[in-house]
Each structure stands twice: as structure tokens, then as C-alpha cells.
Design a protein around this ligand. Structure first.
Ligand code: GUN
Length: 284
């Protein structure tokens, strides 16, 4: 078997065309969607991510503001900037790029963002809404993008066994909740799981979100399974690669996402979608 590729780039292009139309409509109603991105320090990966997010806003007609600060910025100063953006009616989404320098309490910063502008979906109010199924929150962009890719191939999750590898607040935990909400039987595996292959071999869907190159190999995958690779790693030549051994696994899986060109572009697309949704929720 050779797996079908789930093309995150192509799906992103399609969705971003719709997002651009919605941005235009909201702008015509006097509520142009606006995203503020805060970057503290000079982490090279964060600089690339932030640049891509701002570019995606520009391409879709979303107003964007980039606030860059030196790594020496104090927590108090950062909280003051967030308070100002919380009160700014032109801004519907606030994103503080993580990781933050060690002297700043990340969770405190996340909780300082107004839940109404929490387009990353990291605030405890958004996490609670996802957990309970109540409306009003925002879903974290990476797992939401993964779910969109499953929907795009018309995959029916009800009754299927989904195995999520990784338990972060940003990907693993919210991914598991989204799959559960679709009536999948969900297993969460993590670094203390003694026999990972035992679980993945039984999976109809595998979401790998650990950050470990070559973690998922072909012998760990059931023939025909859907494999979603959230990993963003570098190989020995500095080339971007995921958590899944793509060459081997694509010989047994039914569907697979590539890295790059899979989950990555979808994460940014869902950020744009959340910003549109936030603008829509405001009364003009
Ligand atoms: N750092 C890595 N991924 C993310 C993300 O999705 N949002 C933010 N704010 N920071 C990140």
C-alpha cells in the first residue's frame, strides 16, 4: 500500500481564500479583523513562525500588528502591553509567541489575555469550553487544523480508535478532546507509556505530537491507518522533518501528512479563522 498524502498546503490555500472573503465582508461592515502578535527575545524559530503569521494576515486582508521586544522585557511591562491590546477595539486576537524568556511566567501571561481575544485557545476559559463542549472559547490552532484535515478527506471518526502521542496543553490534550467530541475512542500515550507500539498498532488514527524524529516507524502502524504528523524537527542535514518516518510509514498507512506541507500551514490557517471568528463575535 502507498498512502494518500493529506496536502495541508493545498487545504490551507482553499481555506485562506474563504477567510479572505470573510475578512473583506467584516471590513465592509466596519469591523476589520485584527491580530496582534507579541514576540519577546530573538528565538530564531519563533521569528520565522511570527513572520509567517504576519504574512498570512497580510495575504488575507486581516489587520496585523507585530510588537517585538528585547528578551530583557519585564513581566510587568508585558502584562501592561496585553492590557492595552485587550482594550483596543481594532484588535480581535492577541497572540504571545511561546516560549517566553525564563523570567516571565507563561501561564500568567496567557491568563492576562482577554478570553474574548484568545485566538491561540490557550486561556483556561478556552480550555474549559473545549473540555465541556460549551460555546464561547477558541480551539487551539494545531489540533483544530489536524481535525480539519481529517474532515477534508471525509474521515468518519465515530467508533474509531484514535491514538494521540503527546500530552501537551497546546496539542496532545486538546487533540484528544476534539477526537472524543467526535465519538472516537481515544488513547493518549506519552513519555511514560511503556510499550507505545502496542497502542499505535491498534490505532485507526495516529496523531504524533512529541517532537522526536523517527518516533513512529512502519512496524508501529496498522495497514490503512491515518497518520497525522505534528512534529517539527530537524534531521542531520538541518532539513525539516516530523515525528513519523515518512518513507517507511507511507508504505503501510492509508493516509499521511507530510512535513513540511502538512500540519504546519494548517496551524496558521486556523489562527486566521479564529481571528475572523473573534471579529464576528464583536458587535459592530
Ligand atoms: N509556539 C509554538 N507554537 C505556538 C503556537 O501555536 N502559539 C504560540 N503563541 N506560540 C507557539
Amino acid at each position: 500500500m502507498t498512502a494518500h498524502i493529506i496536502d495541508g498546503l493545498a487545504l490551507s490555500r482553499k481555506l485562506r481564500t474563504q477567510i479572505a472573503t470573510e475578512a473583506q465582508q467584516l471590513t465592509a461592515q466596519g469591523r476589520r479583523p485584527g491580530l496582534a502578535v507579541i514576540l519577546v527575545g530573538d528565538n530564531p524559530a519563533s521569528q520565522v513562525y511570527v513572520r509567517n503569521k504576519i504574512k498570512a494576515c497580510e495575504d488575507t486582508g486581516i489587520h496585523s500588528v507585530l510588537e517585538k521586544f528585547d528578551a530583557s522585557l519585564s513581566e510587568t511591562e508585558l502584562l501592561a502591553r496585553i492590557a492595552a491590546l485587550n482594550a483596543d477595539p481594532r484588535i480581535h486576537g492577541i497572540l504571545v509567541q511561546l516560549p517566553l524568556p525564563g523570567h516571565i511566567d507563561e501561564q500568567k501571561v496567557i491568563e492576562a489575555i482577554s478570553p474574548a481575544k484568545d485566538v491561540d485557545g490557550f486561556h483556561v476559559a478556552s480550555a474549559g469550553a473545549l473540555l465541556t463542549g460549551l460555546p464561547g472559547g477558541f480551539w487551539p490552532c494545531t489540533p483544530h487544523g489536524c481535525l480539519q484535515m481529517l474532515d477534508d478527506i471525509g474521515y468518519e471518526l465515530r467508533g474509531k480508535h484514535a491514538v494521540v502521542v503527546g500530552r501537551s496543553n497546546i496539542v496532545g490534550k486538546p487533540m484528544a478532546l476534539m477526537l472524543l467530541a467526535r465519538s472516537a475512542t481515544v488513547t493518549i500515550c506519552h513519555s511514560a507509556t511503556p510499550d507505545l507500539a502496542h497502542f499505535t498498532r491498534d490505532a485507526d488514527v495516529i496523531v504524533a505530537a512529541v517532537g522526536k524524529r523517527g518516533l513512529i516507524t512502519r512496524d508501529m502502524v496498522k495497514p490503512g491507518a491515518v497518520v497525522i504528523d505534528v512534529g517539527m524537527n530537524r534531521d542531520d542535514h538541518g532539513k525539516l522533518c516530523g515525528d513519523v518516518d515518512f518513507a517507511g510509514v507511507s508504505e503501510v498507512a492509508g493516509w499521511i501528512t507530510p512535513v513540511p506541507g502538512g500540519v504546519g500551514p494548517m496551524t496558521i490557517t486556523m489562527l486566521l479563522a479564529n481571528t475572523i471568528e473573534s471579529a464576528r463575535r464583536t458587535t459592530a
